[in-house]
Design a protein around this ligand. Structure first.
Ligand code: MN
Ligand code: MN
Length: 325
C-alpha cells in the first residue's frame, strides 16, 4: 500500500508510515523509527551527537541531530534506485542522543566514545548524526578497540589534519591528525574526497598523502560521475573494516548552505549519493554525517540532504539485501 505501513514480515523496527500518522505529526525520531530498542536487539544503532565545542567559525552543529531528524520525516523505507530494503534486512533503530557536556569538550569526547563503545560491544554498526567533525575522533577511538585500525572514506571540503587550532589539539579541524598519531587508521586504506579551497601553504594537503591517504581534490570531481572513482576507492579501502565520515561541507554551498565553514566549488548532491552508493560491498562498521548547522540552513534543505545521505548510508551497510539480487 503506497504510503502505508512498510511491507515487512521481519518483525524489525520500521519507520512509521504516512498513513499511520501524518508526516508532520508524531515524535521526531530519525525517519520516525520507534526509538524503543535496546542495543542488544539491534544490528544498527543510529544516534545523535549534539556537540559543537570544536567548531572554529560559525557554531550551531549542536542542533544538527534535531534538524536532520525533523527533515527525515519524508523518507520512505525502500530505495527505488538501488533496490535496497535496509529495514527489512537489518534491525535498525534511533537510540536517541549522547548526553554531551555543553561546558566541557574533553568530557563530551569521552562520553561519545563510551556511547559508541557500548553499541560496538553489542556488535552493532554505528551511524552518528553530528555534531561537528570533532566527533569522528572518539568514534574512531571506539572503532579501534573493537575492529583495530580501520580504513576510511572521508568526504569533506577540508582534510581536517591540522596539528592544532589556536593551540588546541582537539577541534573539528584536527581529528584525522590525532587519529593517525593514535594508530586508529589503516592509512593505506584511507581516501579523502572533495577537499578544496584556500590554504595556509601550498603543501597543506601533503601530510595526508605522506601518510598514504588518497586525496581527491574537488576539481578532480567536477563535471563528471564519480562511479569510476568509487571503483578505485573500493579497491583501495577494501579488505578490512571501513569507517565512512561525511562532512556536509563536502557538498557545494549551493546545495548545503547550512554549515559552518563553507568552500565554493564543491560536490553536487548526486555526487554525494554516488560516493555513498559506491561504498556498497565494503565492510562498513560505522558512519557519521557531520557539520550540519540548521540555523544557517535555507528552508531545511541542508538537513534534508543530510537525512537522505544518512538513509543512503543505511542502504550500503553489510547485510542489506537488494530486491533484485
Ligand atoms: Mn570536516
Ligand atoms: Mn569541512
Amino acid at each position: 500500500m503506497p504510503g502505508g505501513p512498510a511491507a515487512s514480515s521481519s518483525g524489525n523496527p520500521q519507520p512509521l508510515g504516512g498513513n499511520e500518522m501524518p508526516r508532520f505529526g508524531g515524535i521526531t525520531t530519525f525517519m520516525r523509527l520507534p526509538n524503543r530498542s535496546e542495543p542488544a536487539d539491534l544490528d544498527v544503532g543510529i544516534f545523535g551527537v549534539p556537540f559543537d565545542l570544536g567548531t572554529s567559525n560559525r557554531p550551531g552543529a549542536r542542533f544538527g541531530p534535531r534538524g536532520i531528524r525533523e527533515e527525515s520525516v519524508m523518507i520512505r523505507p525502500f530505495n527505488m534506485a538501488t533496490r535496497a530494503a535496509p529495514f527489512d534486512s537489518l534491525r535498525i533503530d534511533d537510540l536517541g542522543d549522547v548526553a554531551t557536556n555543553a561546558f566541557n569538550k574533553d568530557d563530551s569526547i569521552a562520553r561519545i566514545e563510551a556511547f559508541a563503545g557500548n553499541l560496538l560491544a553489542h556488535g552493532l554498526k554505528t551511524v552518528a548524526i553530528g555534531g561537528d567533525h570533532t566527533i569522528a575522533l572518539p568514534m574512531l577511538r571506539a572503532m579501534k578497540k573493537v575492529h583495530g585500525p580501520v580504513g576510511m572514506v572521508h568526504v569533506d571540503a577540508h582534510t581536517d589534519i591540522n596539528d592544532d587550532m589556536f593551540g588546541e589539539k582537539i577541534a573539528h579541524g584536527t581529528p584525522f591528525r590525532r587519529a593517525v598519531e593514535e594508530g586508529l587508521l589503516d592509512c593505506d586504506r584511507v581516501v579523502q574526497i572533495g577537499v578544496r579551497g584556500t590554504g595556509y601553504a601550498a603543501d597543506d594537503f601533503d601530510w595526508s598523502r605522506e601518510q598514504g591517504f588518497r586525496v581527491v581534490q574537488a576539481e578532480e570531481c567536477w563535471h563528471k560521475s564519480l562511479d569510476p572513482l568509487m571503483a578505485e576507492v573500493r579497491e583501495k579501502v577494501g579488505g578490512g573494516p571501513v569507517y565512512l565520515s561525511f562532512d556536509i561541507d563536502g557538498l557545494d554551498p549551493a546545495y548545503a548552505p547550512g554549515t559552518g565553514t563553507l568552500e565554493i566549488g564543491g560536490l553536487t548532491t548526486p555526487q554525494g549519493i554516488e560516493i555513498i552508493r559506491g561504498c556498497y560491498g565494503l565492510d562498513i562498521v560505522g558512519c557519521d554525517l557531520v557539520e550540519v548547522a540548521p540555523i544557517y540552513d535555507a528552508s531545511g534543505m541542508t538537513s534534508r540532504i543530510a537525512a537522505d545521505l544518512i538513509y543512503e548510508m543505511l542502504c550500503v551497510l553489510p547485510g542489506v539485501e537488494r530486491r533484485d539480487d
